[in-house]
Design a protein around this ligand. Structure first.
Ligand SMILES: [Zn+2]
Length: 272
C-alpha cells in the first residue's frame, strides 16, 4: 500500500528534480560546444536574446503551454528541449527507485547519467564529445572510486582506486584498439577519440566488467539501429553515425540490471 510520503519521496521528488536538471542539461547541450559558460548569463531566447522569466521556463510544461513558440518573439522552440527534460525526469525517477537502498550511489549514477545525456545530444549535433565531459568523467570516476569504494564493491579507498584505474585502462585501451583496427581495415575514421575517452571514463566509474558489457551491447544496438536505418532510408556511402549515444545507452542498461545479468552469465559460463 503506497502512502503519500512514499509517493512524494520516490516519485514526485525525483520527477521534479529530474525535470529541472533536464532543463539545465538543455543549457549545457546548447552552450558547451559553443565554448560558453553554462552558468551565466541566465536563460535567454536564442533567437532574439530576451531574458526568459522562470514562469515561462518550467521544464516540459512551458513547451506545451507556449505551444512550442517563444513568448518573446514567436520563434519555434524545438520539441527536443521538452524531450530532454522528460527523459531526464524519467531516468531520475527510475534510477532513484532502483538504487533506493544506496542513496550515495543513486546520486553518483544520476550525475553520471546527466553527463551521458549531454554527451549524447552534443554527439548527435556535432559528432564530437567535448573533453569537459569525457576527461571530466575519467577524473571524477577515479576520484569517486577512491572516495566511495562501494562503487566497485571494494572495502578500502586504495582497492577502489585500483579497480577504477583498471576500468579506465580497460575501457580506453580496448576501444582505442577497436578504433585503430577500424582505421587500418576501413581506411577511415570509424570511431573518434571522444568515444575512447568516454568509455575510459565509464570504465573508471563502473569497473572493467562494465567495459565488456558496454562494448558488446553498444555494438549490438548500433548494428540493429544502423541496419534498420538503412532499410528505411537506403544505403549511403560514408554515412556518419555517432557512436557516443550507443555507449551511453549501453552504460545505462549496465546500471539498470546489466551488471547482475552479466554476473549471472559469467557464473553460467564458468559453471558456478
Ligand atoms: Zn525571442
Amino acid at each position: 500500500m503506497m502512502d503519500y510520503r512514499e509517493i512524494i519521496l520516490h516519485w514526485l521528488f525525483p520527477l521534479c528534480v529530474g525535470a529541472c536538471v533536464g532543463s539545465f542539461l538543455n543549457v549545457c547541450i546548447y552552450r558547451i560546444p559553443l565554448g560558453k559558460s553554462v552558468v551565466t548569463p541566465g536563460s535567454h531566447c536564442a533567437a532574439c536574446g530576451a531574458a526568459i522569466p522562470w514562469w515561462r521556463n518550467l521544464p516540459v510544461l512551458s513547451w506545451f503551454i507556449l505551444r512550442g513558440r517563444a513568448a518573446c518573439c514567436g520563434t519555434r522552440i524545438d520539441f527536443r528541449y521538452a524531450l530532454v527534460e522528460a527523459l531526464t525526469a524519467a531516468l531520475t525517477v527510475t534510477l532513484w527507485r532502483y538504487y533506493a537502498a544506496t542513496p550515495v550511489l543513486a546520486v553518483i549514477y544520476l550525475v553520471f547519467t546527466a553527463a551521458l545525456i549531454v554527451a549524447t545530444f552534443i554527439d548527435l549535433d556535432y559528432f564530437i564529445i567535448p573533453d569537459r565531459i569525457t576527461l571530466g568523467a575519467c577524473v571524477a570516476g577515479l576520484a569517486l572510486s577512491a572516495a566511495v569504494p562501494e562503487l566497485h564493491g571494494a572495502a578500502s579507498w586504495s582497492a577502489g582506486l585500483l579497480r577504477g584505474a583498471l576500468g579506465l585502462v580497460c575501457g580506453g585501451g580496448l576501444l582505442l584498439a577497436v578504433a585503430l583496427l577500424g582505421r587500418l581495415i576501413f581506411r577511415r575514421e570509424a570511431m573518434g577519440l571522444g568515444d575512447v575517452k568516454l568509455l575510459a571514463g565509464m570504465g573508471a566509474l563502473l569497473g572493467w566488467q562494465s567495459v565488456l558489457f558496454i562494448i558488446a551491447m553498444s555494438s549490438l544496438i548500433g548494428s540493429v539501429f544502423g541496419i534498420g536505418w538503412m532499410l528505411v532510408n537506403g544505403f549511403r556511402r560514408g554515412l556518419k553515425i555517432p557512436f557516443g549515444p550507443y555507449l551511453a545507452l549501453a552504460a545505462l542498461l549496465w546500471l539498470l540490471g546489466g551488471s547482475q545479468w552479466m554476473a549471472r552469465y559469467l557464473a553460467y559460463l564458468t559453471g558456478r
